[in-house]
Write a protein that binds this ligand. Structure first.
Ligand SMILES: [Zn+2]
Length: 184
């Protein structure tokens, strides 16, 4: 009988070679090996859809938390943490330097509103906020800029406890979206 894992490796299978040291610090949301979120590998290795996932989601009103004048907030379907959202310009822009001042201001405003909503729903102890610009920087969607807002808790390197009782990650994300909508 192996001991029950606690702390940063809580919930990992006993035969998993990942140690607490491997997962001790998380500089940015998309840095190598930050949070154990295996569904992200499915996404990154899977066939990339034609078109732009952000523009498509906006057109279909899928996973949209808020639609503003020039920017919107969308749930990340492959989250690093429960409540991981992205704030992006409505216009399909691939370069941060293409943001007009009004867009940049609205993205920041929606980032703060997102943080406030997440705080009300799940009281995180911190946030990672930022852009991953280009594939080399870890961007999964590299042609429509988006700011990540990732809530963090001490020792939160495993997202699986959040999935308890849900069949899929999609269900967990949808559930969080519904809660955030109530307080946004
Ligand atoms: Zn787009």
């Amino acid at each position: 009988m192996s001991p029950i894992r606690a702390g940063p490796t809580a919930g990992l299978p006993d035969n998993c070679a990942v140690t607490a040291d491997d997962r001790s610090d998380v500089p940015t949301p998309d840095a190598a090996q930050p949070i154990w979120a295996p569904w992200r590998m499915e996404y990154l290795k899977g066939p990339q859809p034609e078109g732009c996932p952000l523009c498509d989601a906006l057109a279909d009103d899928r996973l949209i938390l808020h639609r503003g004048e020039k920017a919107f907030v969308i749930m990340n379907l492959y989250p690093y943490a429960n409540g991981h959202v992205m704030v992006a310009p409505i216009e399909h822009l691939s370069e941060i330097k293409d943001l007009e001042p009004g867009m940049a201001a609205e993205i920041m405003d929606l980032t703060i509103r997102s943080m406030n909503a997440i705080e009300k729903v799940s009281a995180p102890q911190g946030f990672n906020i930022g852009y991953n610009l280009g594939k080399a920087a870890g961007a999964g969607i590299d042609n429509h800029i988006h700011q990540h807002v990732v809530p963090r808790w001490l020792g939160d390197t495993n997202f699986f406890p959040v999935l308890a009782g849900r069949k899929t990650i999609g269900e967990a994300v949808q559930e969080t979206l519904d809660k955030l909508k109530e307080v946004f």
